[in-house]
Write a new protein. Sequence first.
Length: 523
Amino acid sequence: MLLTSRGGPRAVVGSRAPSAYRELVGEAERAPGDVVLVRGSKNHMGVGSSVYAGPPWRLGERDLYSTDIAAVILRTLAEMVRARPALPPLDGVVVSHPQRFRNREKLATGQAAKMAGLPLWGMITEPDAAGWAYGLHSRAVGTQGTSQTFMVFDFGGGTLDVTLLRREGGPGVAQLHAIDSYGVQLGGLAIDQRIRDSLVTQYAERASDHAFSLAAVNESTRERLLELAEWFKISLNTDAGTDPSPLAARAAGSSPRSSIRTPKARRSPRLTLAELSRSIGGELDRAMACAEEALRRASLDWSSLDEVLLTGGSSLLWPLQQRMRERCPRVRIHDDPGHPLNPLTIVASGAAIHGAALAEGGARVGVALSGVVPDTFSVRAWEPSPESPGGRRAVLIPLVPAGTATPFVGRRTFSVRGGSSVLPVEVFEGRSEREATRVGEYRMTFPQPMPDGARAEVRLDVRSNGVLVLSVVDAATGTIQEARLDDAPGLYSDEVLAAAPRGSNPSESTGTAEPTSQEHRHA
């Protein structure tokens, strides 16, 4: 997305943003302060502080965070849908997000939909959405009669999520159950940047200009090199495949101006598929390691899989497909543009099916899918310290282990150190204490003080729609206090959400939209 204050605050969303950015930057060494090109904003969802090369992005007098950026994109997409006369009215939306998103990131994504003025029906992880589409397709082609274990390898523009699912046999509704998952921050943008680095190194060697580097060219040239890297990636992988890639239309006839001019020479970069494969070898190693870790967490191996479903634009990389097939011959990538499991549209299709299930019921849709909790949810408790006689130490006690199928209610009973009617409960998210991040502290207020040694049961309800509800039960009286875990640092306040504009008037030809401007709350 391009943000600029020239001629008034505006945003350009989509494929036109990079070229519009280069036009505004011109020959400047660095981008001027009133022009910003935003990439990978979803990697900072729910972040309310300054991040290097990330939020906040300045637009005039405004500081925009990832929630703002997501709201603009969602509003623009909604206006594009509403502008299509043949489509029915927009009744509701289902927003997909990476599997690895934690509670704060999910909440921020939901807030973006509300700020965009959209009727949010639900949210779903991207691999689960692909599973919905896969389940409906398997039912349509008559393969739902057997039980199978399969992997969804969702390799997109900024994230890689690997989820293991089991499809249960039997007639009627296709039953899909997530087993476990794992994800990392890796995608097409990182691969494009690596290819760009390779192009720069290659050019410096062929031109005998060893001082040539990204730092030696202006901002517009750096962006053009990134565009060229993406073009090479698409073109080479299109030619390598036996079937036409859905990206072929983007590659054909769309080669950017590929010559680089320096004081010493002007040359056109060249790249072969073998060179591309070598240049992104590290990224492909990380991608395969992510799949291996997902299998390990699910207590499976490659031989356990009946099928591997590749989704996301980066899964079209031919070197990646080769590596996958070396480990599992039953790799499927449905790259026919009209196929319902096309890697570029399968997540959107699955999210739409999930929306239909929410509106009409899963039995009518023909698919039922249970998700999985990617990270452990724990509460902080105190226990005697072995290092300090008479002392106590803080520990995290798991309530909902990672890999648990949802919906699920985790519960543990604790002894309370009494004297107060307020019981603070700290909730954490993460597979280990080292990885855990604090979800929040929730103060449960009871009518009467709980005596010392009183027993209290702490429950965490993980619902199928992703909502988390914490409750504490006084064992002596049966009194229950509840709190929804819908607050976290970096989120907007209810007052800000209520004041957010509902809708905008983006230009149909450029995909522009007015970004929201609201005070950000730092909890």
